[in-house]
Design a protein around this ligand. Structure first.
Ligand code: SAH
Length: 481
């Protein structure tokens, strides 16, 4: 196990801090210390002009001369900022023997306390440290944060600080307070402060406090997790994942997405029951949703892709509605759209396809309610979900209804994920193609001229596999495309 620094914020009011050194570096440290209310003693043979000015204003005390041990009497913290490495070392050693924390400027090894890079917004401070190992990285991150957080964050911190006691009095219990703050921070107050409208912000916060109820109101967000790559989540999905008490997720949801959830959220996988009893699975999901929401939890029902595309999202909402539970729906990027993008298959194309259909090939019976004649029409792209096991039937029906056996097809397995594979061939050879490459779930099937474009437009992961391994047919297709 590697040891790491322990981050703390020190209260230095009326405590003595020695800054050894009288140059620019020492002056910068003193400038930061001036805001803390510490008793600052600067020891050095000579002082720069600004330090002298501060001494004249009695904002700092000074000891003129070279460091001696006695400078450390009464000191809580020392900053060695001289331009002489030997002196800095001596100061660090003297501090160590007296158990005084010392920061030696630009020397992580000698420092027993590190001064982080900081972003300040009113009472709010963000401190960044790389443990002395990569100060430039810490600085880089600070610059990012400086841009990301405007000054209104300080006003927000001040406003919350002012109201803290009132909020505590109204909501004694911690989870209730957390919910309250989540709601306030997601509401209009931050935007009001960004506009500089402090009066409205204060009024809105007071109204929020007045109407706050200690009784938690559970709600459910039906959220699309996208196909796997966490970068494809929506901002709304990310926020809900960060606020959730409970997350009920399908097996299809990637680890990368789950890693973005609030750390103390309860994660429950509600994959298919062993034996594939869909009915039992679905009704136990309904039961869990209702139970958790009724106990006042913020529940996220997280589904792969989009919750309303072959996701049974509608059924779950009907159950919630019948129990009077509040819900919202956050769309996600559905597999057809995501896999098309990451495989280099445009779903529509001026020359090849004027429409696209999302189809599920799950039902096995001939009377499956699917209009195969319509699907077999030219100039359209078909995206078959859940198709891996029914490929023979898909091929036979499409060809029987008139789709050309030479129509290009593409199977995209693990789309957008690190193991993405794309297999390309023709409709005629579809089942053999999948078998030869052992394509397995999750995979989506595209049928249509656009499928062949992946040979040219692929950009993510491994290059597409063409036809059967080492077969002449793959080469023919590559030439055609
Ligand atoms: N609601 C989901 C679909 C659920 S059905 C959505 O909008 O994407 C599950 C099917 O989606 C899988 O059988 C597969 O066909 C497809 N699928 C989901 N994620 C996929 C991925 N990362 N790569 C390929 N296919 C995927």
């Amino acid at each position: 196990m590697t040891t790491r620094l322990f981050p703390v914020f020190a209260d230095l009011r009326d405590r003595t801090v020695l800054v050894a050194g009288g140059g620019t570096v020492a002056r910068r440290k003193v400038a930061a210390l001036l805001q803390t209310g510490a008793r600052i003693v600067v020891g050095a043979p000579v002082l720069d002009r600004e330090l002298e000015a501060w001494a004249a204003e009695d904002r700092i005390e000074t000891i003129m001369g070279d460091f001696v041990d006695a400078w450390l009497d009464d000191v809580w913290l020392v900053i060695a900022a001289t331009d002489d490495a030997a002196v800095n070392r001596a100061i660090a050693a003297a501090a160590e023997s007296r158990r005084i924390f010392a920061n030696v400027v630009d020397d992580a090894e000698l420092s027993t306390i590190h001064l982080p890079a900081r972003v300040e917004r009113g009472p709010l401070q963000i401190a960044i440290s790389s443990g002395g190992g990569a100060p430039m990285l810490a600085r880089h991150i600070r610059e990012h944060l400086e841009i990301q957080f405007d000054d209104s964050l300080g006003a927000l911190a001040e406003l919350l600080q002012k109201s803290r006691a009132r909020i505590r009095a109204k909501l004694a219990d911690l989870p209730a307070r957390r919910r309250f703050y989540d709601r306030v921070l997601a509401g209009p107050i931050p935007a009001l402060l960004r506009r500089g409208d402090t009066t409205s912000a204060e009024r809105t916060l007071q109204a929020n406090i007045d109407t706050a109820s200690p009784q938690p109101v559970g709600r459910v967000a039906l959220v699309g997790a996208g196909p796997g790559d966490p970068g494809l989540l929506t901002l709304r999905a990310l926020r809900l994942l960060n606020e959730a008490d409970v997350i009920l997720h399908d097996r299809l949801v990637s680890d990368g997405v789950l890693a973005l959830a609030r750390r103390d959220a309860e994660l429950i996988e509600v994959g298919k029951h062993v034996g594939g009893d869909h009915h039992a699975t679905q009704s136990s999901i309904h039961r869990l949703l209702v139970e958790h929401a009724k106990s006042g939890k913020r529940v996220v029902r997280l589904k792969g892709g989009d919750p309303f595309v072959f996701g049974r999202g509608g059924e779950e909402l009907e159950v919630l509605q019948s129990h009077g539970i509040d819900f919202e729906v956050v769309p996600g990027i559905t597999a057809a759209v995501a896999c098309g993008a990451y495989a280099g298959i445009p779903l529509t194309h001026r020359e090849h396809a004027q429409s696209v259909r999302f189809v599920t090939a799950q039902t096995k019976s001939d009377d499956d309610g699917i209009d195969w004649h319509a699907l077999a029409q030219d100039r359209q792209t078909l995206a078959f979900y859940m198709g891996v096991s029914g490929l023979e039937r898909i091929r036979d029906r499409l060809v029987a209804c008139g789709r050309c056996p030479n129509t290009p097809v593409a199977l995209v397995e693990n789309g957008t994920r690190s193991g993405q594979r794309v297999v390309i061939g023709t409709l005629a050879e579809l089942p053999e193609l999948a078998a030869a490459h052992r394509v397995s779930a999750p995979a989506i099937l595209f049928v249509g001229e656009v499928a062949a474009l992946a040979t040219r437009l692929h950009w993510f992961g491994a290059a597409p596999l063409l036809g059967f391994p080492a077969s002449a047919r793959g080469a023919t297709l590559a030439r055609a495309a």
